[in-house]
Design a protein around this ligand. Structure first.
Ligand code: AMP
Ligand code: ZN
Length: 495
């Protein structure tokens, strides 16, 4: 274990403060992240949240912690409406496509894993499913009923928010919501009449005729509530109290609030030490979401086949784009922003390539590598601040470029240390891969075209029209079209 363990600070959404990170058991970290509901293709917003936690997982391991990372697959219990009404999302999809619910689950679980692997996210240590833990969920409901904090009505079981409050529980402790305000804002939906209080939430729902996903229970045939699965699976694999629980900001309420209440209802004082929430990815200023259709799917992003994009982007460039925002800030996706990030990504990668080819000479005394490394680690220790880390890494670009241009020197030790740091921070921790040969080729082409356009500009200034026309015509013959305008010349490639 490195001494750095003591410097890591994480923002705890429960306290609203950055806190020194001290795990429950020295050297070990239990990390639980709410996984996807596998009823449709994951969109880039989902990818952002899982990528943020992938970096957190990677950095904790880099620091030397043994991390058990549990990320579930929600394959039952997530209803179309958060207020415990409507169909199960997976059952609905199965009905619409006339296939088995488990076919829906299989298709989108496989798709989710493929996408996360394309984005170079490490698989979790355990990936449990809600349907694989029905018995444990029934047992937890029984305990909550025994403790007087849940009641059965007509084959469904609800968590009793009032009784919880009377026994000292504070529903709203995470989200900061007040129960009376919540009550005021709760829609009186039909079917909620069987709840004693509209804020009560389902632990078990009776399966009406035709409901496809159903299990026997002490309360009749039904299915578990969505919030329950995460309480059950997190504590089964990480213990009643564990270190970090993560998810997207939108899960804070009601999902995580309910998870806390459920765990406290079975006697755990503080189930989670650090609550961490990633912020949303927006598309043109609006939250990316499956239900509103305001989404870009990973494949559309890679191919560029979307009205929002002018071209395709490689997974590593997209990961770099995500890393350029702190995980707690909203990130807006647009073609301009992606294209700016791609340039930054390639600039850093080119510097790395130059570094690999650099011949060592005398040490550059102006370069303070200890201070540089300290700032890089300092950024990550400050609540995983990847945008600051990237700006620190960019400080090395002019050192490398000047050495490559022969204007300054660099010793082998300096070269080795920068290479090592790039490897740790870019590949191991941020999970960003170096460009493949086609991306490199594209990038080289851009650079060659810059050179050609500059030469042609010179020819035109000198009124050497035959050379400037020859450059244009020869390029045209190989499918590259030049466009002369007031701002200078640009080029496009014919498909
Ligand atoms: P779901 O499959 O809808 O349960 O979502 C899986 C994860 O993606 C959850 O942690 C959500 O908070 C997260 N998520 C959903 N939409 C977005 C978004 N637009 N930006 C970032 N994360 C999101
Ligand atoms: Zn969850």
């Amino acid at each position: 274990m490195t001494a750095r363990e003591h410097r890591l600070h994480v923002y705890n959404s429960h306290s609203g403060q950055k806190e020194a990170f001290v795990p429950l058991s020295k050297g070990h970290v239990g990390l639980y992240v709410c996984g996807p509901t596998v009823y449709s293709d994951v969109h880039l917003g989902n990818v952002r949240t899982f990528t943020s936690f992938d970096v957190i997982y990677r950095y904790l391991m880099h620091l030397g912690f043994k991390v058990r990372y549990v990320r579930n697959i929600t394959d039952a219990g997530h209803l179309v409406d958060d207020a415990d009404e409507g169909e199960d999302k997976i059952a609905k999809k199965a009905r619409l496509e006339a296939i088995e619910p488990m076919e829906v689950v299989q298709r989108y679980t496989v798709g989710f894993r493929e996408v996360m692997s394309i984005f170079n996210a490490l698989p979790p240590s355990i990936e449990p499913t809600a349907t694989g833990h029905i018995m444990e969920q029934i047992e937890m409901i029984q305990k909550i009923i025994q403790n007087g904090l849940a009641y059965e009505v007509n084959g469904s079981v609800y968590f009793d928010v009032d009784a919880y409050g009377q026994k000292g529980g504070s529903y709203g402790e995470l989200s900061g919501r007040k129960t009376d305000e919540l009550l005021h804002n709760t829609r009186a939906l039909e079917g909620q009449s069987e709840k004693r209080n509209p804020l009560d939430f389902a632990l078990w729902k009776k399966a009406v005729d035709g409901h496809l996903m159903r299990w026997s229970s002490p309360w009749g045939v039904g299915f578990p509530g969505w919030h329950l699965e995460c309480s059950v699976m997190s504590t089964k694999y990480l213990g009643d109290e564990f270190d970090i629980h993560g998810g997207g900001m939108d899960l804070k309420f009601p999902h995580h609030e309910c998870e806390i209440a459920q765990c406290k209802a079975v006697g755990t004082d503080r189930p989670v030490r650090y609550w961490m929430h990633g912020n949303m990815l927006t598309l043109n200023g609006k939250r990316m979401s499956k239900s509103t259709g305001n989404t870009i799917l990973p494949n559309e992003l890679f191919s560029g086949d979307s009205p929002h994009l002018s071209k395709g982007y490689a997974p590593s460039a997209v990961r770099f784009f995500m890393m350029q925002a702190h995980y707690r800030s909203v990130l807006d996706l647009s073609d301009d922003a992606l294209s700016a990030s791609e340039k930054g990504y390639l600039r850093l990668m080119q510097a790395w390539e130059r570094l690999d080819r650099l011949a060592a000479s005398g040490s550059n005394k102006e370069v303070d590598l200890d201070g540089w490394m300290e700032r890089a680690y300092g950024a990550l220790d400050d609540d995983f601040n990847t945008p600051i880390l990237i700006s620190v890494l960019f400080e090395a670009v002019p050192w490398i470029n000047r050495a490559a241009e022969g204007k300054q020197s660099m010793s082998q030790e300096q070269i080795d240390r920068i290479q090592q740091a790039f490897h740790w921070f870019v590949i191991d921790i941020m999970g960003i891969q170096r460009p493949d040969s086609s991306e490199q080729g594209e990038d080289r082409l851009e650079q060659v075209m810059d050179v050609l356009l500059e030469l042609r500009r010179g020819a035109r200034i000198e009124k050497n029209w035959s050379l400037s026309d020859a450059i244009r015509d020869r390029l045209q013959a190989i499918g590259i079209e030049l466009h002369d305008g007031a701002e200078g010349s640009s080029w496009t490639m014919k498909q």
